[in-house]
Write a protein that binds this ligand. Sequence first.
Ligand code: SF4
Length: 376
Amino acid sequence: MSSATLPDIRVDYEQPETAQAGAACGTRHAWARVPAEPSQAERAALKQRIRSLLQSRNAVMVSHYYVHPDLQDLAEETGGLVSDSLEMARFGRDHTAQTLVVSGVRFMGETAKILSPHKTVLMPDPDATCSLDLGCPVDDFTAFCDAHPDRTVVVYANTSAAVKARADWLVTSGCAVDVVAHLKSQGKKILWAPDRHLGAYVQRETGADMLFWNGACIVHDEFKAFELAELKKEHPLARVLVHPESHPDVVVLADAVGSTSAILKAAREMDVKEFIVATDNGMMHKLRRLNPGKTFIEAPTAGNSATCKSCAHCPWMAMNSLAGLAHVLETGTNEVLVDEGTGLRARLPIDRMLAFTATLRPGQAAAGLVPNVGAA
Ligand code: SF4
């Protein structure tokens, strides 16, 4: 097995200094351990080994759109799934395999385990995390919630199992507007965590009374509005697709705003040949494969930096590798465990969301928030 890794990358992320509304953020430090690219021969051998291990272990792969193309392709070639975090967990729950191998970040493994408590959930690297999860520690978040008992607690999927267990509702970017609009129609006031940009977008769309945790995604927060406007001038026929974790100044330049699934849908349905895309560049693989006649350009960030904040690729998603995947299938290591009580409590807001989205008109939600292409 190739186990080569590049030196650890230092990653800066934001965390509110106090558990109060509008608290300023301080900069915290984390790290990511990105594996080296295997050679062609190593890749072929690893893929072959993984195929046979999946069979012998009665396991299935579920991969996120942001992981390495090898892990996306292999998931599909072996009967697994490439999707967003919710679909990954739902697919794992409904699949007959007893072992789920989740290529993504830790909260995705935890969500899969919460929905499938009796299955074994493995991850190529359990230290793969997320700035939204890191920046919303459960003790501080609990204090924030306790200070606002009159508010319904709505958290984004990108949170730990413990934070989900403190929530009333879970949402993804695909159903956030619908859920919050529903709660607003019931006269509820919202406490929202952790992504401030997605929260601001949902508030603009719904007009709900929302109080925000001050978190951000280190990848989407880096897209730059001025540079994007300049790029649009160079490509006047291109449509701009933006994930709502991006800054509001970037979102306002979009022709379509939405989740990863909604971005895929918009790219397929919009009758143009060129797109500028503001989301993790791991998405480009799927966008290009599904739309061979179309061109996809990465939206500009501040440029590559030593901290890997500005390369439009999540350093923690990059920790997933073929070698790591083969290793966990072979050894059974890196199992994701969620305390039973926490898992049971965290399942409530997830099930509430699943039940709610099941009542929506087909195509109304669950794929995203996509102006200009109709409901997604
Ligand atoms: S891309 Fe952003 S939101 Fe997604 S896992 Fe990485 S840090 Fe978290």
